[in-house]
Write a protein that binds this ligand. Structure first.
Ligand SMILES: Nc1ncnc2c1ncn2[C@@H]1O[C@H](COP(=O)(O)OP(=O)(O)O)[C@@H](O)[C@H]1O
Ligand SMILES: [Mg+2]
Length: 297
């Protein structure tokens, strides 16, 4: 069983909850590692926080460069303690620059794909009982196309797909978009071209991707940002800072700030879709669906 019935009941009950803030949920994906997902998530998050939003960054990337490590933050508890029920999501949040809240990932090698039913229920419970008020939740997803990446992507209101000018980046992004559109009912994608040498290179990269998606998939892609290749990004990383903070006037910082301002205007869908509860329910639905699939096998 992928997820417990108790968790399902709990989350259904959440629909009744009143007076919760509308939360914008954005998943940052890409299919491939090393394209800049974590840097984009953090820089966007910190820029949005500086612009006055209450931002939480969920580090769902279990790669080597964990978000908390990137910021040089001292972390004692992480998502694994939440999943095991030892503490709440509120307990593990650490504050980064401009008050951005980071939910650190589990350290270690265990893949999120292997979440036990209890842990999966724990994750959902963690979100449903979050007390800290937030306006924006940014999810930095892992490389690859694991269940966890898919479930976060389909639960989010906006999916950003990060690509850079490497053949494997385009093919991996395509594979991710294909899976989400063919099998998970997700048709809208916001593309970020990262590490581009010019605006034109970014547009060409986007064209390369849409040539195949337009032809073979039922998916709509929008180019939302071209982030320049900027050595300041790497210099900042080395100082355990992000570029918007360490080099606020650099070309990449400007691009990140403008992306953050743009993302703040993306509408939160009407109906329940704007609520964090909806995000949780979507996460849950995925679990239920997996369960049905397992049963019918
Ligand atoms: N716009 C950029 N310009 C220069 N280097 C970049 C840029 N974006 C990311 N990088 C570098 O690329 C590497 C991978 O970035 P990271 O955010 O960790 O990728 P991911 O999370 O997709 O694995 C890092 O060394 C980072 O400093
Ligand atoms: Mg990363």
């Amino acid at each position: 069983m992928f997820i417990s019935e108790t968790a399902f009941d709990q989350a259904s009950g959440l629909r009744m909850m009143q007076n919760r803030n509308n939360v914008k949920v954005i998943a940052v994906t890409g299919g491939k590692g090393g394209v800049g997902k974590s840097n984009i998530t953090l820089n966007m998050g910190i820029a949005m926080a500086a612009q006055g939003k209450r931002v939480m960054v969920l580090d769902a990337d279990l790669g080597l460069a964990n978000v908390d490590v990137m910021l040089g933050l001292r972390v004692t508890k992480n998502l694994s303690h939440v999943l095991s029920g030892e503490c709440t999501l509120d307990d593990i949040l650490v504050e980064g620059p401009h008050g951005v809240l980071i939910a650190p990932a589990t350290s270690g090698t265990k893949s999120m794909v292997e979440l036990s039913p209890t842990e999966h229920a724990g994750l959902i419970r963690a979100f449903s009982s979050l007390k800290t008020p937030i306006d924006v939740l940014l999810v930095d997803t892992a490389a690859g196309i694991s269940d966890m990446v898919l479930s976060f992507a389909r639960a989010a209101q906006d999916i950003m797909v990060v690509v850079c000018d490497e053949p494997t980046s385009i093919t991996d992004a395509y594979a991710l978009i294909k899976l989400l559109s063919n099998e998970h009912g997700v048709y809208k994608f916001k593309v970020v071209a990262n590490m581009v040498r010019s605006l034109r290179e970014g547009q060409e990269l986007f064209a390369k991707l849409t040539r195949v998606t337009d032809r073979f998939l039922d998916a709509t892609l929008e180019l939302v940002s071209c982030i320049p290749y900027d050595n300041n990004v790497k210099l900042a990383v080395r100082k355990q800072k992000v570029v918007v903070d360490a080099y606020p006037k650099s070309p990449a910082a400007l691009a990140f700030r403008s992306l953050a301002a743009k993302a703040a205007t993306w509408p939160i869908p009407e109906q329940a879709g704007g609520h964090l509860e909806f995000f949780i329910e979507n996460l849950l639905e995925y679990g239920q669906r997996k369960k049905r699939e397992e049963l019918s096998e």
